[in-house]
Design a protein around this ligand. Structure first.
Ligand SMILES: [Zn+2]
Length: 525
């Protein structure tokens, strides 16, 4: 019965054989990196997960029959896509312990002087088999398929192997694709390889670990290890064309295969989409995964991998990362006390194209603010400032943030309809942009925004506390003074490259000359 064959351990392996036979006939097409990344597809990822997390593999416990079948599946895939053997004795296998097997395949670099350098990308393919008191939240004794943990990471690596095989020109450094065994028994596979490496560890310049990347949710992708090299955060964010929400986590824990690499002082990141109710339970099954999310994560990792393997300089390990935890992150990311309100009103957002009939209507006056002290009230309309008729809110705020202390507003009272002049003593000091920042010692040139003044140019451009500035007018600002000078002296269009949650964008701020004379129109409503 075909069903029986399918259910046997050999089923998935036979399926793979037949797909090799089919693909031999198709002419291989060589691709650019962008095209190659496009071949990493939801359905293919799912197909790998369906094989690896099938009951026939019995939960892929290290050293078990199902574990060996999974290893075979991976080795055949490495062979199909032309990886060089990088295990023992000219094979893809590194055998150790009680019948445990790491899988190791190498894509040689294309640059004569850089090809000795190696980027490691790894994921554990083992899981906990039938589960036990020590490795399962139960119920024990039934198959734990480990679809997310870690058929997800394994399938992403299999798809990357295929994608990199299609490149017209491979990256300059070599890439070692590793599928670790025995992770669930205490990171055995990665530890073993690091103690008995099949190539010189000195040449390993970076490592990526994927563990449980199949459950992308609103919280986004967790990335650990961004502080293991200076400049790594910017690098990881700039590669994020999928616009994943990235949560950078500063903790470094011995909870997966990235840890032994970090202990060896190799810059390392680990990607993870978070724990869930099915974690280490029999219910971690194929239907619980988000395959569209898995595709995004796999493409993102593949692009990152490409960039790491192809960039001019290698990252250098930053030992201080070992001392920095989430506590340190929260301390660094605290906001500054807010700026004093200059005026302290919220304007009706609908009202911008004004004339003498239609002033800028105040929607709200903040208690204790300069506006409140001066007697302004909700409903009042501001017609002019220091004799300058106001056409737009932008014009008002630019003037408010540009003058020293006192302004005279012409205000029309809501109920009486009469206009009068009101003197206001503004709070705080003039602000050209309206933000404060703190430099990150871990990433030279990275300024973390600690506060933004309400209605300032920075605020109106969408900058918020918690954003990070990478560049100003395409230049890296290395010191406080550099940044201060650039923000104070720039004229015309200021371009800030800003990152928030791993997404980089350019924010433009128009720096008109201080409005001494009347401005008829502001360019940015
Ligand atoms: Zn696990």
């Amino acid at each position: 019965m075909p069903n029986l064959i399918f259910r046997s351990v050999l089923g998935p392996v036979l399926l793979l054989f037949s797909s090799i036979c089919l693909s031999v006939q198709a002419q291989e097409e060589l691709r650019s990196i962008a095209e190659a990344l496009g071949t990493i597809e939801e359905l293919d990822l799912r197909a790998h997960v369906e094989v690896l997390a099938d009951d026939s593999l019995e939960g892929r416990e290290a050293g078990s029959r199902g574990g060996h079948a999974a290893a075979k599946y991976i080795a055949l895939h490495m062979q199909k896509y032309g990886l060089e053997t990088a295990g023992d004795g000219g094979s893809y296998y590194q055998v150790f312990g009680k019948g445990y097997r790491n899988l190791l395949g190498l894509l040689p670099g294309t640059d004569a002087s850089l090809k000795d350098e190696v980027i490691v990308v790894g994921a554990h393919y083992d899981h906990v088999g039938y589960g036990s008191r020590t490795d399962s939240f139960g119920p024990y004794g039934t198959i734990h398929n480990g679809a997310d943990d870690n058929a997800s990471g394994t399938s992403a690596i299999l798809e990357m192997i295929e994608a990199f095989d299609q490149l017209e020109v491979g990256p300059r450094r070599s890439i070692l694709f590793c599928l670790w065994d025995g992770e669930e028994k205490g990171l055995l596979g990665s530890k073993h390889w690091l103690s008995a490496p099949t190539l010189s560890l000195e040449n390993v310049k970076f490592s990526i670990n994927l563990d449980m990347i199949g459950r992308l949710r609103q919280e986004g992708l967790s990335v650990y290890g961004e502080r293991t090299a200076a400049g790594l955060r910017e690098f990881l964010s700039s590669a994020n064309r999928e616009r994943l929400q990235i949560q950078f986590n500063w903790d470094i824990q011995p909870d997966s295969d990235h840890y032994p690499f970090i202990r060896k002082q190799i810059p390392t990141v680990m990607m993870h989409t978070g724990l869930h109710g099915e974690y280490h339970r029999p219910s971690d099954d194929i239907e619980t995964l988000n395959y569209v999310g898995l595709q995004s994560v796999a493409r993102y990792v593949a692009r990152t991998l490409w960039a790491l393997a192809d960039r001019a300089e290698s990252f250098r390990f930053r030992p201080a990362a070992m001392m920095e935890s989430e506590t340190a992150r929260r301390t660094f990311e605290r906001f500054a006390p807010p700026f004093s309100k200059r005026l302290g009103v919220a304007l009706d957002p609908e009202m911008r194209a004004g004339d003498r009939e239609n002033g800028l209507r105040i929607e709200k006056v903040l208690v204790g603010s300069p506006a409140a002290v001066a007697g302004l009230q909700a409903g009042d309309e501001i017609l002019s400032l220091n004799g300058i008729p106001l056409q737009t809110q932008e014009q008002l705020w630019n003037l408010i943030f540009g003058v020293e202390k006192r302004v005279v507003l012409e205000v029309r009272n809501d109920s009486t309809g009469e206009s009068s002049e009101v003197q206001v003593r503004l709070g705080g000091s003039p602000l050209r942009i309206g933000l404060s920042w703190r430099f990150d010692k871990g990433h030279p040139g990275l300024a973390y925004i600690t506060r933004v003044s309400t209605n300032s140019r920075a605020d109106r451009a969408g900058l918020r506390p918690g954003h990070r500035i990478y560049r100003v007018n395409n230049e890296v600002m290395l010191t406080d003074l550099d940044l201060q000078q650039e923000l104070n002296e720039a004229e015309g269009l200021l371009e800030l490259q800003v990152e928030s949650r791993g997404q980089v964008r350019v924010v433009q701020i128009e720096l008109a000359k201080p409005a001494a004379s009347q401005e008829s129109e502001s360019g940015h409503p």
